[in-house]
Design a protein around this ligand. Sequence first.
Ligand code: GLA
Length: 378
Amino acid sequence: MSLREEVEVAFINHFGGEPDIVVCAPGRVNLIGEHTDYNGGFVMPMAIDRAMYIAVRYRRDDTVVLLSADFNHKARFNLKKFNYIKPHWCEYIKGVAHALQRRNLSLRGWDGAMLGNVPRGSGLSSSAALELAAAKAFSEVSNFPWDPVDMAVAGQEAENNWVGVNCGIMDQMISACGKAGHAYLLDCRSLKGEHVPLPDGVRVVILDTATRRGLVDSAYNERRSQCEDAAKFFGVELLRDVSPEAFFKRADELPECTRKRARHVITEDQRTLAAAEAMRSGDSKRLGQLMYESHVSLRDDFEVCNDALNTMVECAMAHPACLGARMTGAGFGGCAVALVREDAAADFEREVAAAYQQATQLEPAVYVCVATDGARRL
Ligand code: GLA
């Protein structure tokens, strides 16, 4: 059974009756451009074939009634009067409702059964998928036009201001704007993006290290403030506005830690633009090289890799079919991503998983993924 069918069955079993529609929004993997979004820089993620699905039935009142089929939990709230209660999956939906109401959109109630296959806590943006699927449900039920960029911003507002996680805009933007077969080169300051086709003959492989680290939030916020310090030193609001020339001219004046953080962000923007160029010209070898350079910079300068991520990337790089690999997402655990020759992708999956398991005694999840469309009604 497909996930769409499963969520419909879950709806029928729980609510007794057919859903009117099914919506979904994907998770993502970032090919390159890490820890650049909150610096106003460039990222190049793609939406993946792992998503949050919601089977929805319209209601005539102001109540939202939810079943999380993943947790087998129920929740409900009234759109006229709701507040934050405690950390819970339902707060993501309330946060989205709040962000939409702040845009003066008048929302109607619905019954929804939710089911997803984006692994949680692995750095593949299950929260953005949930936020954008909820936004899509509200837009269909309340009949307001779907503006993907504004909906991504609403999702980010829900996460920043309601749930209380200080993320950037990348995850919500790609969950809203993804396009099948393409990655998305996004300028995180202007929110203008370009769909860039994936080169022929290669596959994107996700390598989940099976490690998760707590305290990601505090380490993430610390990186953000180090970047802000560096921007202040150069007299700009965002590091995006410091050119490599301007940086290297005065880099010696910075304290070592700030210098390393800034060097990562400023060189990563350059690598991301170069990677898009490599993709446009179908140069997958160059794309792979840039991905590995990104990893080295995240490992040595930005310092967001744990041993598992480094081991996974080295296992991947040692495989003859691998063109490049790097950690992906916020870091400190979670997933790496590799660019792999299509004809050997199945061998790669099996052999790299075995090599990693032997090196770490951890059981990884390695799988080829496919670039998909963003949030949509099915
Ligand atoms: C997390 C955040 C994103 C981005 C990445 C790092 O995924 O949600 O906004 O900052 O980390 O690139």
